[in-house]
Design a protein around this ligand. Structure first.
Ligand code: ATP
Ligand code: MG
Length: 424
């Protein structure tokens, strides 16, 4: 036997047994997004590297050190997508989805960042992303937040805290920049290598540093929110009053800046107390300048992305089990004739919406019942010579229901009986 090949570090297999929570989040999110009028869009996993440099920003962790960038056979520089917003804007501009209209879009899928793998941080991870275009008012920002809050309620996630901040416009950030650089210059001695390099290229990024040694300096830094232009201040005030009115609790965090350069005005994060260091399950904000920056006509926009792995970990901590595609019934088929008859019967059950797995490996009653148990089905349906000659099927509850009696049901009413027993 040759040596087995292992998966790439930080890129995980998602096995059937663990997918119940994933599918539940995906179902729930699709339903909630639909309820607000959002439509799905599917986008390539690979884009031109330049797209990310121009949107996320040259001097950011993602572009400087986390992207999977490679030359294709034509010599073009391409990158695996590290996030979805840039590609969504690119597609919107290219397909004429953004000009002179409002557009509410969502997507789901894998993203790639070459980070240090640890709990809640992987090199291939999954996001559900939401992007809305053409709506400048804070009402849209509030809608995005209410929508995410509804998703947490539907999923039964209680312990997440909403943090919000405003970054103002590019102009007021430019005005604030001088104040920030002067302050940071005064604390040069504690700045790390990354921060020193960014001090004059992208000082705002320093506020997003996760380095514990820098947190004191960051906490005492002058606040961007004190430098907001009047329109941005009014925008932020309106968002806060809309959230108050809707009864959504939030924490105003003047240090929240986010790790991507394209944000303007509102930024927000939903943070959990139960995830350790990687605590943000969902993050987003407004990015009014990005569409124009990527070659479209100026279009206001806002969005967020939630991290599936972190959300699923939260769900897995609650003791709730989620079904992950187990069949409702398992057919135990004893003998050639039973196998033929069973296949027809199973089709009839599926017509009635009952999911059935048919035994196709044969063997004794005992070995088939063992497989039935392992399948996760709620019911075993037994078909042998005795049942066949009487036109009956024996049914038996499986798993933690104690030693249940077997019952005999006429073949013709099996679908009806099962459907009613399986009804929630
Ligand atoms: P963090 O501060 O945790 O690195 P981020 O600011 O880089 O997050 P975004 O780019 O805003 O994150 O992505 C939105 C969400 O996607 C995050 O809040 C998180 O839930 C998830 N996420 C981001 N990077 C990873 C990763 N490497 N592994 C797993 N989930 C991730
Ligand atoms: Mg990050």
């Amino acid at each position: 036997m040759s040596r087995a090949i292992q998966a790439v570090r930080g890129m995980n297999d998602l096995l059937p047994g663990a997918l119940g929570h994933w599918q539940r989040v995906e179902r729930c999110a699709a339903a909630v997004l639909k309820a607000y009028g959002y439509r799905e869009i599917r986008l390539p996993l690979v884009e031109k590297t330049e797209l990310y440099v121009r949107s996320i920003g040259q001097v950011t962790d993602i572009v400087e050190k986390e992207m999977y960038t490679f030359e294709d056979r034509n010599g073009d520089s391409l990158s695996l997508r590290p996030e979805g917003t840039a590609g969504c804007v690119r597609a919107g501009v290219e397909n004429g989805l953004l000009h002179n209209q409002v557009q509410r879009l969502w997507y789901a899928g894998p993203m790639f960042r070459h980070e240090r793998p640890q709990r809640g941080r992987y090199r291939q991870f999954h996001q559900i992303g939401v992007e809305a275009f053409g709506m400048p008012a804070a009402d849209l920002d509030a809608e995005l937040i209410l929508m995410s809050a509804r998703l947490w309620r539907e999923l039964g996630i209680g312990d997440v805290v909403l943090q919000i901040n405003s970054l103002g416009t590019a102009a007021c950030r430019a005005a604030y920049r001088g104040t920030l650089v002067a302050y940071l210059e005064g604390h040069r001695a504690v700045l790390d290598e990354d921060s020193l390099r960014r001090l004059h290229t992208n000082p705002l990024r320093i506020l997003d540093s996760k380095n514990p040694a820098l947190q004191g300096v960051i906490e005492r830094a002058p606040s961007l929110v004190d430098h907001l232009d009047p329109e941005s201040a009014a925008h932020f005030a309106r968002l806060r009053s809309l959230l108050d009115e809707a009864g959504v609790a939030y924490v105003f965090n003047p240090r929240l800046v986010r790790g991507l350069d394209y944000y303007t005005r509102t930024v927000f994060e939903w943070v959990s107390g139960a995830l350790g260091a990687q605590a943000t399950v969902c993050a987003g904000g407004r990015y009014d300048g990005l569409v124009e920056q990527l070659g479209g006509r100026a279009t206001p926009a806002a969005g967020f992305a939630l991290g599936m792995e972190r959300l699923v970990e939260l769900l897995a901590q609650g003791q709730v089990q989620a079904a992950c595609g187990e069949p409702q019934a398992y057919m135990v088929l004893l003998g050639e004739e039973a196998q033929r008859r069973g296949m027809v019967l199973a089709e009839r059950l599926r017509d009635r919406g009952v999911s059935v797995e048919c035994d196709a490996a044969g063997g004794s009653l005992k070995s088939q019942l063992r497989r039935a148990d392992r399948s996760g089905a709620a019911w075993a349906l037994l078909l042998g010579d005795a049942e066949l000659s009487a036109g009956l099927v024996s049914i038996k509850r499986l798993r933690d229901h104690g030693a249940q009696e077997q019952e005999q049901i006429p073949e013709s009413s099996l679908a009806e009986v099962l459907a009613s027993r399986l009804a929630p």
